[in-house]
Design a protein around this ligand. Sequence first.
Ligand code: TRP
Length: 477
Amino acid sequence: MDKPEPSSSQIIDSAAAKKRGIWGSKLGFIFAAAGSAIGLGNIWRFPTEAANNGGAAFLLIYIACVLFIGMPVMLAELTLGRHTRKDPVGAIRSVVPRGLWWLAGALGVITGLAILSYYSVVAGWTLGYVVKTVSHTFTPQVDPAKLFGAFAGSWWQEILYHAIFMALCVLVVIGGVKAGIERWSKILMPTLLVVLLLLVVRSVTLPGASSGLSFYLSPDFSKINMKVVVAALGQAFFSLSLGMGAMITYGSYLSKKDNLVTSAAWVSGADSAIAILAGLMVLPALALAGIQPGVDQGGAGLIFAVLPRVFSQMPWQPYGGIIFGAAFFILLALAALTSAVSLLEVVTAYLVDEKGWKRRRATTLVGAVSFAIGIPSALSLGAVGWLSSMVSLQGKEIGFLDLMDKLFGKLSLTFGSLLICLIVAWAWGSDKARKEVQNGNPRFVLGGLWVFLLKYVCPVAIMTILVYLVVDPSVIR
Ligand code: TRP
């Protein structure tokens, strides 16, 4: 590659290369990509979306979205990245030099910056909650919802933790990647899984768990409507890190020997498993937190208002609660860090590769700008009144953070994924894409199905949803 300085993903790749003897490059990649995919999207966003969109109805549609739209799009991004070995804008330009297709890459860069801004705010909450848990703020007597309200309404805590998290991200992308991300992911992800499983066991055996459980697991088909579909599809793109070129960037460091199909399947499978478990941890505990599943609407603070109840019901109190609570929030903050790094990396790689910026300068500036854009989000959960009610959709007040998430986390990723389907399957061409996948997977048994999904099913499904959104914007609420 003719780049002046290695990007951090390249360093990840060379770290993977060094370990090749033990792990094989493919496993290294899977951990790095799973590190990007698994984060707040799984544990904060998925249960909240499920709680607000009919529980089991949402779960069903979500699984269908991952299988028929998310996985094909992930394979498309990886294929485009490996073929071109470039950042998203450069990758698109090199397969379709004509026209304005590269704008899809530019949209991705902007979207990355925007998502990172509020992602860092929520990740900051998890840092704050590590402190709160360790200092034993969550006794069974306190109401965690009230506590979250007070925390989120405190402007200095919001800004402080947001700043700390963003600074960590910048530091990791500038220098720490080689020493850490990939190796951490290998330890982090399995540990997160174990802690999650233990918390699920506690949660499903809590008093009152059955109402949440049946809400989450026994589908009520009458609850399936366009709002649920929009939410599930947006959640699939967000959780799998699709629609803005993150997987193009990760794919650009894959070897021609790697089997892209099984890689995409592993990453999507691991990501979905963690999300579904997170739902099993949060939804059964709603009743204990005084929230009626399917009736009350949960906002961005839902898991922070619910989980302390689960921790305070762990055995061997108060230590059980403190240990599990702290372990959980630390792991979540680290999982968020490995995801946020991939958001920051896309924007940084663009400035370094396309604009020739110095890596350190690019990373610092992107971090600073994203921090600034995140300030209104940080203040929108009570600290500043008008930021908490920017718009009202059918009687529901939407604050700045929520608005950013709907615009960028849902709408822009959905639109970006549509563009990626069109670019790979039509503008570049499905035959060429298929040939690229066949490096490392000569038979590519599901090739015909993939091309069919990518050419017709995904674009038509996504376009239908986007048209629907234009006609009735309230379905995004
Ligand atoms: N997938 C991550 C999560 O679930 C968030 C994320 C990281 C992301 N990189 C992304 C989302 C790129 C969309 C695009 O927490």
